[in-house]
Design a protein around this ligand. Structure first.
Ligand code: KIV
Length: 278
């Protein structure tokens, strides 16, 4: 076995060591172009099951498969060398049993080369986290607003808004920490709860619509770039209007095609350049 000395991407234990030292900056990516642009700026890139909605235009995250996410994750891994790459386990690929979770997670990691997986679920899924971690699969748990539970929650609604639900979400996060999760995504929870969970955990919390106190933050890249149409969630911040830039470039191109100025001779093969006079 050879030992490589080249710089390695950020590992799961390195991310864990950021707790209390450095905030984790994370975003989603679904393919090579964005992954290349995000890689050296971020600590973690997630191939979320939001791929279903953002890349495939589906109404929710429920109908993407493990093989689809594995293919997207493989593209992201191939295009990056710095950030830690985590891939979501989609709905139906892990809830049946810890064994089902292991075989699907192992396949997704083998196909993609990602560093770990994320799964949604509370206390009931902690045994699955334990089963995976004991067998070498790093797990990022996702609690609070869990989009895979959209049908039981009756929509995408903020969670932990009363004492009972806040206590349950705290217990969910603690159960996954005890089971060996390397971090917990806290989505769509009351700010005070995000803060309390972060202070109660010895592992990093990564917030999305949670609290500035979280150990890191994650958003959907398209939401911060103005590529999500008119619907920008309250918890996101749009940093740029890349959509407008793309639209203007496309309009320019279409006009050039229609008025015959594209392609120019410099874009064509077998055309001799005129001699430049001495
Ligand atoms: O699917 C997803 O993109 C997520 C978020 C945490 C961003 O789960």
């Amino acid at each position: 076995m050879s030992v490589h000395s080249e710089a390695r991407r950020i590992s799961v234990p390195q991310l864990m060591a950021y707790k209390g030292q450095k905030k984790i900056a994370a975003l989603t990516a679904y393919g090579a172009p964005f992954a290349r642009l995000l890689d050296d700026v971020l600590d973690m890139i997630l191939i979320g099951d939001s791929t279903a909605m953002v890349a495939y235009g589906l109404p929710n995250t429920l109908s993407i498969t493990a093989d689809q996410l594995a293919a997207h994750a493989a593209a992201v891994v191939r295009s990056t060398s710095h950030a830690c790459i985590i891939v979501d386990m989609p709905f139906g690929s892990y809830q049946e049993s810890p064994q089902q979770a292991f075989s699907n997670a192992a396949r997704v990691l083998a196909i993609s080369g990602a560093d770990g997986i994320k799964l949604e679920g509370g206390v009931a899924l902690a045994d699955t986290t334990r089963f995976l971690v004991d067998r070498g699969i790093p797990v990022l748990a996702h609690v609070g607003l869990m989009p895979q539970y959209v049908n039981t929650m009756g929509g995408f609604k903020a969670q932990g808004m009363n004492d009972e639900s806040a206590e349950r979400i705290l217990e969910d996060a603690l159960a996954h920490e005890k089971a060996g999760a390397f971090g917990v995504v806290l989505e769509g929870v009351a700010e005070a709860l995000g803060r309390r969970i972060t202070e109660s955990l010895g592992i990093p919390s990564i917030g999305i619509g949670a609290s500035p106190a979280c150990d890191g933050q994650i958003l959907v890249t398209e939401d911060i770039l103005g590529l999500s149409g008119s619907r920008i969630p309250k918890f996101a911040r749009q940093y740029s209007d890349v959509g407008a830039v793309i639209r203007s470039a496309v309009e320019h191109y279409a006009a050039d095609v229609r008025n015959g100025t594209f392609p120019a001779l410099e874009n064509c093969f077998g055309v001799k350049r005129p001699e430049t006079p001495q």
